[in-house]
Every structure is written in C-alpha cells, then in structure tokens.
Design a protein around this ligand. Structure first.
Ligand SMILES: Cc1ncc(COP(=O)(O)O)c(C=O)c1O
Length: 376
C-alpha cells in the first residue's frame, strides 16, 4: 500500500478561470488588433508559469515575456506551450548565455553594440539566426540605450546577417502616476520608430504598455501590450482611475492546527507584542513568513477569514505559523480552512501589501514553494 501523503498545511489556490476572465477584460480594453504578451516572469508572479502559460495560450496568447534565459528555457522545455508561441527574455544577456537563445529559439533583448557583435559571431558559427527586440531607454533607467543611440544600434543590427530585428520596445517608469512623464516616454519612443519605419519602409513590432499604461494611456497600446499584474487580478496602483473588473487569481489558505482559550493578560508570540484584553480563543494557523505571509504584517491589523467570518491576526508572524484571535463565539475546529488572502473575504494581496508597506506584486511573488499550488 502506498504511504499516505500528508494533508497540505498551506496552499495557494490558483483560479485559471479568473485568469481567463482577466485576460478577456484586458482584451476588451485594448480592442481587436493589439497583440497581448503574457508577462509570466518570476513563475508567473508566483502563480506557476506552466499552468498560467498553458491557459493563456489556449485562450489566444502567443507571446510570452520572462525575466531571463533561465526562465525562458524552463518555459520552453516544460511542455506547457503547444503552439509556435514566442518567448522574449527581458534581461540583457550575459555573453555566455547567447548560445542558449539560439539553441532554444528564445527572443533576445538587445541593449548594446557589444552584445550585437557577440551575437552575430556566435550565430554565424551555429548557422542559425537570432531574433531580437531592441530595448530603448526612454526614462526607466534600467535597460537599453537612449533613443539616438538605439537608432544607431538598430542600423548596426541591420548590417548583421544573422540578426533579425523583430521588435523594438521601451518600459514605462511611472505609468500609474506621472502621466506627463509617461506621455513623454511614449513620444520619444514613437519619434524613433516612426523615423526608422519611414526611412526604411520596414515595420517593427512596437511595444511599450505595461498594466498601468493599458489602463491609463490607450495610445501606448501600439502593436502589442505587456500586461503582468492585471492578468493576475490586481491593479498596478490604487490611484489608477480607470479600472477593470479584475478577479484575484491566487488565494492563499492554511489549516487551523491548534486552538486554545486564554485568560486576559496572556501574551502571544515572539516579543510578546500582543496581550489578550479578555478571555478569548486563539487559533494557530499553519502558514507563516516562510510561506509568504510577510512578517512585516505583524500587528498591523490584517484579517483572515474562517467559515465566512473575519478575524484579526495577532502577535508576531512566525516562520511557519500565525495566531488568530477568534473571540469567544467561534466554532472553529482543528483542520478548518483559513483564508489569508484571495478572492473570498476582505483580505487581498493588495490590502496585505498596503498594511505591510509593499505592493501586491511582491506579496504574490513571495508565496513560496512550500505552499503548494492547486489549480481550479
Ligand atoms: C519589461 C516589462 N514589461 C511588462 C511588465 C509588466 O508590468 P505590470 O505587471 O505592471 O503589468 C514588466 C514587469 O515589471 C516588465 O518588466
């Protein structure tokens, strides 16, 4: 008889239906004729790159964006993609990684002349062509060349027989905030691409918009948009005035593993930062900061949901467990399911992020492997 597998203590439930719903909300917003690149870097913001990409591909997405060549190979060889979808790695590659782009047919972000020359000679040696997207730095200050230098790089790329320039892209620094700056980034990018397309008679795949721009700057949609956080059910910032009807794709749940009734004056957890004001029942729930429930949330008034009721998390969040104040009327039992954040109950990755001083992106990406992924 096979050994029984232990019941999971903490799980991240991933709703592929909510993912499809969010994709269709984004499609409605961008309209026909605009390609959608599914941004699935960082294990699809913690949701599982393979399941997410498979679902997106089944729903018409054929472009995927990942952080680097390692993530690209993981996606390419994982078996989730069944069609001839493209994978673009956003990082500027290390020279030693260039052969891997050719070997696996991954599209490369080209940021400078040194990489171009190295790529041309490596590609020539393998007899293959390398597809690149040139990155233009219009104000993010992270990767790419400023517009005039990017134009020189583009012209130099055209001289390289083994390099195929498929696209040109830029990334916005503050697309949910400073719209004047964002518009300036867009117009600098478009001046460059328009000049090139006019002079050469060629067309490039132009892309710029992340979630913030999809919501607030429709003229940035161009040929393709690159949504990340909106696919996973969150707005990039609270101040975004245009909103979509998004549904969180991840819900983190954990089990009650211990219950006790304590008298007034009892202190709870490390540092004894919380004291029971009156007799109360405390549940110990089997998820902690090692699962991705941030320690910085301790004592900030976050609530969890059990049997449709909300209860406050109390005391310091520990590595593997949290304590929850159930009061005196709860009927909770060991083994009950507690929702830490997600689509049921008031806590979401955004509310948790607000309380702990971060953004929903970081909360989602931090949900660790120990909390297994369950797909619905
Ligand atoms: C190059 C690039 N494009 C698009 C995105 C998606 O951004 P968001 O999740 O805000 O939509 C990211 C993520 O940071 C990115 O690095």
């Amino acid at each position: 008889m096979p050994a029984p597998t232990p019941e999971p203590m903490a799980e991240a439930i991933v709703s592929l239906q909510h993912l499809q719903h969010n994709l269709s909300e984004i499609q409605k917003r961008t309209g026909e004729g605009v390609r959608i690149m599914g941004v699935v870097k960082a294990n699809a913001y913690g949701h599982d790159v393979h399941k997410v990409s498979e679902t997106l591909e089944q729903n018409g997405v054929s472009d995927f964006g990942v952080a680097n060549i390692q993530e690209a190979i993981d996606l390419q060889t994982g078996g989730a993609l069944k069609k001839a979808s493209s994978i673009l790695a956003f990082a500027s590659p290390l020279p030693s990684q260039i052969p891997l782009y050719l070997q696996h047919g991954i599209e490369m972000t080209l940021c400078n002349r040194e990489t171009l020359l190295a790529a041309e000679s490596i590609a020539a040696a393998t007899g293959k062509k390398l597809t690149v997207h040139i990155k233009v730095d219009t104000g993010m200050g992270r990767l790419g060349l400023p517009p005039a230098a990017a134009m020189e790089l583009l012209r130099a790329s055209e001289q390289c027989r083994r390099i195929e320039v498929k696209g040109m892209y830029t990334h916005f620094a503050d697309s949910s905030g400073d719209m004047e700056f964002t518009r300036r980034q867009l117009s600098d990018f478009l001046s460059l691409t328009t000049e090139y397309e006019h002079a050469s008679g060629k067309r490039l795949l132009k892309h710029a918009a992340n979630s913030g721009a999809i919501l607030s700057l429709p003229e940035a949609n161009l040929d393709m948009v690159r949504p990340g956080i909106t696919l996973y059910g969150y707005h990039p910032a609270k101040e975004t005035d245009t909103r979509l009807n998004l549904k969180p794709v991840m819900q983190v749940e954990a089990k009650v593993v211990f219950l006790k009734t304590v008298p007034a004056g009892t202190t709870i957890s490390y540092g004894r930062t919380w004291t029971a004001p009156a007799i109360t029942t405390i549940a110990t729930v089997a998820a902690g900061y090692a699962d991705g429930y941030p320690r910085s949330l301790s004592g900030k008034g976050a609530t969890v949901t059990a049997n449709g009721q909300s209860y406050p998390q109390v005391g310091t969040i520990t590595m593997d467990q949290i304590m929850v104040n159930l009061g005196t009327r709860s009927t909770a039992k060991v083994g009950d399911r507690v929702i830490l954040f997600g689509w049921e109950g008031p806590s979401t990755a955004e509310t948790i992020a607000d309380l702990s001083g971060t953004i929903s992106y970081e909360i989602l990406c931090a949900v660790s492997r120990r909390a297994g992924r369950v797909f619905r």
